[in-house]
Design a protein around this ligand. Structure first.
Ligand code: FAD
Length: 294
């Protein structure tokens, strides 16, 4: 079963050095691909494009560049795709993105931009020989009126030319399996395209808050119960126990996904290699003997 990892554009030189340590550690483990998120504002966006280009040119990894429609005109979007292509990037995860500042705020389409990811998929496909992926949502996107329309919109993105989807992170494998069943029933052809599950190993109670923010949902009560039990009354003294349980939960989820035939395991790393590596080691993946420092 292949695995892949997600990185974020680094904020400064120290963060960039840390990212590259993680990149080199993962490189030895041969992930199927590595993806780089696209930030909400100017300088982070420039860094995404630059660093993803460096991943293409200076590593043996296969980079997947995220691209969002937020605050971009069509000509800017086309030129961004051109910049990716110039660095040898042929794999793009096409997203609409969230409103900058408040992800739950009102979505504003750029006057010369696109309204939905589906349109951007068509544009990228028309620009050249790109492999395109899109986002899918095991519990439905928070703006979708219901799961049926959410499924129809996902099918439309796939029909527009996306070859696979990567899910929003989740903490109950049943949600992933239900998404897979929904899309297969709605459109057997598009539903047969790979749905790559996204996992984030919890390493602290702070990561719980981050996970809930990123997926816009509360973690399942059973997961919170296990983490809180490990934290006890003095979480600051029990950080190692919380981390151990977080890794255990991610390992259990990953094993179930492998047993259920998921096409690949995609890990959110926050630019650290250690937690993901531990999960992979628990699963029996061959990992280099080189020391892991991040
Ligand atoms: P869309 O597919 O356009 O959907 C947006 C909303 O509109 C949904 O509610 C959908 O149901 C609805 N909709 C779609 N089509 C139609 C239609 N024809 N008519 C009416 N309604 C419709 N964000 C970033 O800013 N940067 C990133 O790098 C990033 N990476 C991500 C990676 C993954 C794997 C995932 C799952 C999400 C990522 N996001 C990222 C977050 C993502 O941009 C947001 O979740 C965003 O709100 C939805 O993007 P989308 O591409 O699914 O949008």
């Amino acid at each position: 079963m292949p695995f892949s990892v997600e990185f974020n554009p680094p904020r400064d030189a120290a963060a960039e050095a840390r990212l590259w340590r993680a990149v080199r550690q993962f490189e030895r483990m041969h992930p199927a691909f590595v993806s780089m998120t696209y930030g909400a504002g100017g300088s982070t966006r420039d860094r995404t494009v630059r660093v993803t280009g460096e991943l293409a040119q200076e590593t043996t990894l296969l980079p997947v560049a995220h691209l969002t429609a937020v605050e971009h005109s069509l000509s800017e979007l086309r030129s961004l795709v051109g910049s990716y292509a110039d660095s040898g990037i042929r794999n793009i995860l096409v997203l609409r993105g969230d409103p900058p500042g408040d992800p739950l705020g009102e979505w504003q389409q750029h006057p010369e931009g696109v309204a939905y990811a589906e349109e951007l998929v068509r544009i990228v496909r028309d620009l050249g020989d790109f492999h395109v992926g899109v986002a899918s949502f095991p519990q439905g996107h928070h703006r979708s009126p219901d799961l049926d329309s959410d499924t129809a919109f996902l099918a439309a993105k796939l029909r527009a030319g996306a070859e696979y989807s990567i899910t929003q992170m989740f903490f109950d494998v049943e949600h992933y399996l239900r998404l897979r069943d929904r899309i297969a029933k709605f459109d057997p052809i598009e539903g047969a395209k790979p749905i790559i599950p996204e996992l984030m190993p919890i390493t602290s109670l702070r990561t719980v808050a981050r996970a809930e923010e990123l997926c816009g949902r509360a973690l399942p009560a059973s997961v919170l119960e296990r983490l809180n039990k490990a934290a006890g009354d003095t979480p600051e003294d029990n950080q190692a126990a919380v981390r151990e349980v977080g890794i255990e939960i991610a390992t259990e989820m990953a094993q179930r996904l492998i047993d259920e035939g998921a096409p690949c395991l995609h890990f959110i790393t926050l630019n650290f290699a250690k937690a993901t590596t531990e999960v992979l080691t628990n699963l029996g993946y061959g990992v280099t003997a080189a020391p892991i420092s991040a």
